[in-house]
Design a protein around this ligand. Structure first.
Ligand SMILES: NC(=O)CC[C@H](N)C(=O)O
Length: 323
């Protein structure tokens, strides 16, 4: 058994990561979505959610930023919850693409399935699967409500971001219709794309992402609201998907260095799951060339290293309260 962490250990690690990495430079805001180019680049926050629902935070953890591709995680869980992991595996898949998140080449190479719900193609396919089929308003309610269940608080679309993204999502339009060509869209393609664009435009805080991550870490039981939001064992399925493709073409490097299943978004957020122990999140807008926040990666990597939370470690830490 590993080290037993106290809450003070976690507080110290969060503070240390904040101080160590706040001066990290490098990367730049996403600018292919005009709204994101204008978000202040120096925003930076870290949040951790513990099993009793306590949130330990440093920096800008109340700022609402675009959830972007981190939203692929809730929708993937929701599809598995509405159908089954096996059906999602058959209809979408769970493989890494090794290619950028918006790759059309990945679809052409693997036309038998869109690879994984955690890249654009699979996420648009997942939005098409959400029930009730053919009913966009009810599908949206299901998606938004599920994200709120994971976060334990309400979320809303950032209207300006949604408009900005809708006006520029030509590549994603091609993806939706290419999937239709391969019979891998399970509802109207334009509707599925609009739901996907809307979910990416939801505003979240680092605190909310930490709670969502913790809800996954505790296999569907939200540590803040104590509510069960998804069926047992889906936590293991989604954590393995996050580990496989969470940083797109940099996923192997990330997992090799940290051993933390996590998912990034071009809004600058990252949410990471330490199964059975805690949820972690960080936010800072400047991104590397694969669309992953540079500073948020540095911060989470520092915390995981300092607290010994690599999931592959035979003596991974646990919390003292859990012992
Ligand atoms: N990696 C991301 O966060 C990409 C999300 C963005 N909405 C897109 O489709 O391009």
């Amino acid at each position: 058994m590993g080290q037993k962490l106290t809450k003070q250990d976690v507080r110290d690690a969060v503070q240390h990561a904040f101080e160590q990495t706040k001066a990290v430079t490098g990367g730049k805001n996403a600018d292919y979505i005009p709204y994101l180019a204008n978000v202040p680049s120096d925003l930076f926050g870290i949040a951790v959610c513990l099993p009793d629902g306590e949130i330990i935070a440093a920096g800008d953890t109340e700022y609402k930023f675009g959830i972007e591709s981190v939203s692929k995680v809730p929708t993937a869980i929701l599809t598995m919850n509405q159908y089954s992991p096996e059906e999602v595996l058959t209809k979408i898949g769970a493989d890494a693409t090794g290619l950028p998140f918006n790759s059309i080449m990945a679809i052409l190479l693997e036309k038998d399935h869109p690879s994984t719900p955690l890249v654009n193609a699979g996420a648009i396919a997942a939005c098409s699967m959400i029930k009730p089929i053919g009913k966009p308003d009810a599908k949206w309610e299901a998606i938004q409500g599920f994200i709120e269940g994971l976060c334990g608080s309400s979320v809303e679309v950032i209207d300006e971001l949604y408009k900005s993204e809708t006006a520029t999502n030509f590549n994603n339009k091609s993806i939706a219709w290419l999937l239709k060509n391969y019979s891998r869209i399970y509802d109207d393609p334009d509707m599925a794309l609009d739901l996907y664009t809307r979910q990416c435009s939801i505003g979240v805080t680092a605190r909310q992402l930490a709670v969502a991550a913790a809800t996954i870490a505790f296999d569907g039981v939200n540590p803040v609201t104590k509510q069960t939001v998804f069926k047992p064992d889906l936590g293991t399925r989604i954590a393995s998907m996050m580990a496989t493709v969470g940083f797109y073409e940099h996923t192997g490097d990330w997992l090799f260095n940290t051993g933390l299943p996590a998912k990034t978004g071009v809004g600058g957020g990252i949410m990471g799951v330490v199964p059975g122990v805690m949820g972690v999140a960080a936010f800072a807008p400047p991104l590397d060339d694969a669309g992953n926040s540079v500073k948020a990666q540095a911060a989470l990597s520092d915390i995981v290293g300092r607290l010994n939370l690599n999931i592959f470690h035979p003596r991974k830490s646990i919390l003292a309260e859990q012992a």
